[in-house]
Design a protein around this ligand. Structure first.
Ligand SMILES: Nc1ncnc2c1ncn2[C@@H]1O[C@H](COP(=O)(O)OP(=O)(O)O)[C@@H](O)[C@H]1O
Ligand SMILES: [Mg+2]
Length: 255
């Protein structure tokens, strides 16, 4: 579904050139859930922006559903750390915003909006304004909004990292439930190893800047996955430990 082919990214800044990504090759299959982890500044957000078509890579190319990405596509949704809801629109109207912006027939999406709102645990809140909701609920609205037009691909950039730890865990469990009902290919950026392992079919580890593809770790744990004590706890901790080791800073060489 997504092919990243030899992507490198350099930024010219006042303080010189920043080499953000170096020769990334990655394939994400249809309906796959891939998480992207790496230290701060290793180029995770940049890679997501390149896949979404918001920026063109300095070198290389991205294909989505077989077509080269040159600009944002309507079948690729992006969800960011902050919910970015319109404060004067209620939940239902925020959810239907992409439908309006893409000029789709609103009547065809009203039932879907309601079904997704209920699936995301927002029933009864349809008429509420964003400021009347908790951070976690706002992020659920944002999730529902990014799914409304049935995107083929959903790109998520640390979507839960502004939430408190418990809400965050709850959201990860719930996200699995919501997307299980959809056929969406997902790339999810996080710096939480727990989140990465809970959610992913495969975890892609990037090295520190310039971001290179360090390792791809399979997570062959059956779904639905839960937190805390469960039958796969040993497997989860083995994979988490491997990721911890991969994300350790390289030992400093004395000079
Ligand atoms: N538009 C830009 N202009 C200049 N430098 C940028 C730009 N976007 C990102 N960078 C730099 O590229 C590197 C990677 O950034 P980013 O992709 O945001 O990392 P991450 O999301 O992994 O923390 C950082 O050093 C960042 O400062
Ligand atoms: Mg980032």
């Amino acid at each position: 579904m997504i092919e990243v082919i030899g992507v490198s990214q350099r930024f010219d800044t006042q303080r010189g050139e920043i080499h953000a990504l170096d020769r990334i090759d990655l394939e994400v299959h249809e309906n796959e859930f891939v998480t992207l982890v790496g230290r701060s500044g290793c180029g995770k957000s940049t890679l997501l922006r390149i896949i979404s078509g918001l920026i063109r890579p300095t070198v290389g190319a991205v294909r989505v559903a077989g077509e080269q990405v040159a600009r944002p596509r309507r079948d690729v949704s992006v969800m960011f750390q902050r919910p970015a809801l319109l404060p004067w629109r209620n939940v239902r109207k925020n959810v239907l915003l992409p439908v309006e912006m893409l000029g789709l027939d609103k009547r065809q999406y009203t039932d879907r909006a309601q079904a997704l709102i209920e699936l995301a645990g927002l029933a009864g809140f349809e008429e509420k304004l964003p400021h009347e909701l908790s951070g976690g609920m706002q992020q659920r609205v944002s999730l529902v909004r990014s799914l409304i037009q049935r995107p083929k691909v959903l790109l998520m950039d640390e979507p839960f990292s502004a939430l408190d730890a418990l809400t965050r865990e709850e959201m990860s469990v719930e996200l699995q439930r919501v997307v299980a009902e959809e056929s969406t290919t997902i790339v999810f950026v996080t710096h939480s190893i727990d989140e990465a392992v809970l959610l992913a079919d495969r975890v892609v580890v990037l090295s520190p800047r310039p971001g290179r593809l360090e390792r791809i770790v399979d997570v062959p744990i059956p779904r639905p996955r839960t937190l805390g004590h469960n039958a796969h706890a040993d497997q989860v901790s083995a994979i988490s430990a491997e990721l911890h080791d991969l994300l350790q800073p390289a030992p400093q060489v004395a000079t």
